[in-house]
Design a protein around this ligand. Sequence first.
Ligand code: ADP
Ligand code: MG
Length: 137
Amino acid sequence: MQRTLSIIKPDGVRKQVIGRVVSMFEEKGIRVVGIKMLCLTKEKAMGFYRVHKDRPFFDSLTTFMSSGPVVAMVLEGEDVIDRVRDIMGATDPKKAAGGTIRNMYASDIEKNIVHGSDSPESAAAEIPYFFSEMEMG
Ligand code: ADP
Ligand code: MG
């Protein structure tokens, strides 16, 4: 059994697709073991995306991520890291396969509705960035 961190970004909360995004994971048998709404400060968003600190989109991305509430989730299942990435679709919604979250709901490459850890190493770092042991079922 594997765990991953997913975030419904501020555009997903604004577009009122929280329920639909959670359903797309649950319908595939993925279990929600932790979930909460929170507002990231610019600093907390910069810490979360620190691997991208030298990318040209870093300032815009972290301003966007701190522009409104997000929903952070810990998801559990077999091979859940890769399965969540498949359900999300490609980073650029124009390239995201039909039926994926980003294909259906995202408007551009930055405002792309959802985050999912990309490897066991990032999941292991990202889950405790948001959740304590007591907050996970
Ligand atoms: P993913 O979220 O698919 O793992 P990355 O880790 O490459 O994608 O990038 C992190 C986030 O940064 C993306 O989800 C998106 O919000 C933003 N982003 C990525 N590439 C760009 C870009 N070229 N222009 C603007 N924002 C971007
Ligand atoms: Mg990534």
